[in-house]
Design a protein around this ligand. Structure first.
Ligand code: ADP
Ligand code: NA
Length: 350
């Protein structure tokens, strides 16, 4: 068995929103308790959609501040930014040669982000999932907490790991890990683990507050569509009050949310913030109107987000401290990534 190791990343692009928090960062915090965790500000990925960033440093610090404010412990675990560890890019190049164009062509995020004029998308945007596989596998991480939008990319990471293991099976030094793969009937040793996505929870895909069929996203032009982690109490309150709903009362059972995407979304957000199942929320609010539910949701969102917001602002006043955290994490990450890359270079024959 591979030793359990958690890895995940967040791009330093735009303001973090409630979807990033509930789909990712909140899980990062919970997983620290029983795991070795590596959390990364993926600045190399930030170049894929837009090359020039006037405020890259500030963005990197702000994601780091969110990690720390949410409760990630950078001493027990590792917090760093990706560009400090060149081994990510080195392994990504090897993975570019492992992955097949047909696999990349199936990636729905590329299609969404590239838009209509695909010829003008960067090669980096196309190869993004290969770098993401490298981010994870350069530590031979086994568990990746992400939102549901990342599910397909994690399947690709497994395909890449599997093909690498098979293609190099006679070069991989036996480790007794011959668990997942076979050549013919023979089990062989795997160098890279099959990563497990951790996507569970009541809000794996937080939807826009304006349109329950689109995911909440940094890139939505309407600020009313999302709750930003830096929003103050008034903004949170206004956005939830204006959130799209239907005229019916809340159902008393989860099945009753079917075909009601906006209600389902708000109940999911409540459940995730309260850290309980949607069924418990409906047991409390079933039969009530949104005029009752929304104020309760506002109170809960403010209760959870306000302390983090205050802490983030405080941390941002001391960029030197944040940079020191990243440098320390970067050095520790680099040492671990280099151990893997030494072995990978041997396997390949460099
Ligand atoms: P974004 O998708 O907002 O540009 P990232 O790509 O950096 O942000 O994603 C950071 C993490 O937040 C990923 O694990 C992603 O799955 C998660 N995430 C992003 N949007 C949502 C959402 N609407 N609901 C749940 N999780 C989300
Ligand atoms: Na994303």
């Amino acid at each position: 068995e591979f030793k359990p190791l958690v890895f995940s990343g967040v791009q330093p692009t735009g303001n973090l929103h409630l979807g990033n928090y509930l789909g990712a960062i909140r899980k990062f915090v919970a997983l620290q308790e029983n795991n070795d965790c590596i959390y990364c500000v993926v600045d190399l990925h930030a170049l894929t959609a837009q090359l020039v960033h006037e405020d890259m440093q500030t963005q990197i610090r702000s994601i780091t501040a969110a990690f720390l404010a949410a409760g990630i412990d950078p001493q027990k675990h590792i917090v760093f930014n990706q560009s400090q560890v060149p081994q990510h890019a080195e392994l990504a190049w090897i993975f570019n040669c492992v992955a097949r164009i047909g696999w990349m062509n199936r990636m729905t995020q590329f299609k969404d982000k590239a838009g209509k004029d695909r010829e003008q998308a960067s090669l980096g945007l196309y190869a993004y999932p290969s770098l993401m596989a490298a981010d994870i596998l350069v530590y031979r991480a086994t568990h990746v907490p992400v939102g549901e939008d990342q599910k397909q990319h994690l399947e690709l990471a497994r395909d890449i790991a599997m093909k690498f293991n098979l293609d190099f099976h006679d070069k991989i030094v036996p480790t007794g890990l011959g668990v997942d793969i076979k050549v013919g009937e023979e089990p062989v040793d795997a160098y890279f683990p099959m990563v497990e996505p951790l996507i569970d929870g009541p809000a794996p895909r937080v939807m826009s507050l304006k349109d329950g069929t689109k995911k909440m996203s940094k890139s939505d032009p309407s600020d009313l569509s999302r709750i930003n982690l830096m929003d103050d109490q008034d903004a949170i309150s206004k956005k939830i009050r204006k959130a799209k709903t239907d005229p019916d009362a809340l159902p008393s059972e989860v099945d009753g949310l079917k075909g009601r995407p906006e209600a389902d979304n708000l109940v999911g957000i409540f459940a995730a913030l309260a850290d309980k199942p949607k069924a418990d929320v409906l047991a409390e609010f079933g039969g009530q109107q949104f005029s009752v539910f929304k104020p309760a949701l506002i109170d809960l969102a403010v209760e959870v987000l306000a302390p983090m917001n205050t802490e983030m602002r405080k941390l941002m006043e001391d960029p030197g401290h944040i940079d020191a955290v990243l440098r320390d994490g970067g050095a520790r990450a680099r040492a671990r990534a280099e151990t893997t890359m030494n072995e990978v270079r041997d396997i390949i024959g460099f």
